[in-house]
Design a protein around this ligand. Sequence first.
Ligand code: SIN
Ligand code: MN
Length: 227
Amino acid sequence: MRRTQELNLFCHSAEPGRAPTEPAAHLPPGLAHFPAYLDAAAQRALADDIAAVIAQAPWFTPRMPRSGRPFSVKMTNCGPLGWVSDQDGGYRYQPTHPVTGQAWPAIPARVLDVWREIAQYPHPPEACLINFYDVSARMGLHQDRDEEEFAAPVVSISLGDACVFRYGGLKRADPASRLRLHSGDVLALGGSARLLFHGVDKILGGASALLPGGGRINLTLRRVTRP
Ligand code: SIN
Ligand code: MN
């Protein structure tokens, strides 16, 4: 995608009645950060929606392919497809929870609203990965590339404690920059930023009272198949 198109992609009013939100100038084209996209009431409503999802689809601990080493984050999903990882099967999408065998719950309407407002992509997301980070959890540098469809952005919503988010380039060794993500922030990786390496270096404990017991929840919305 051309640079001008990418700049247009995310330069629009984030919400009706709200000041236009544009990606900060220092971010690479296609990487868009919408600080405080969700106000306190919207964050509360979303946290309640996610608690209802977790009641149906409990947290599981994913494991690294081959080594079987556990991730430090707990995960679950909602949507027709969920992202899972284990020692034998590796990274993949599947329609059922790896422990309960049940279909994933539907993506809450409020989460789909964020996708519709931000993604500028005409089809719904199929996967909403829900990560939980306690204060010691991290996410190593990686690309989101288990999807067939890279024309859709990855849209991520942060709830609870803040974090230090790291993003680099298209190669693992490219220089990295850091961005603080707070509760209610939305981040999109689209266009030429769709495959940027990224990860979570650190959770900033005590930054938010949204989640009982603290910690951070990240919702990652992705289109998996080509329509
Ligand atoms: C991820 O890339 O899987 C999660 C990113 C985040 O937690 O912000
Ligand atoms: Mn990712």
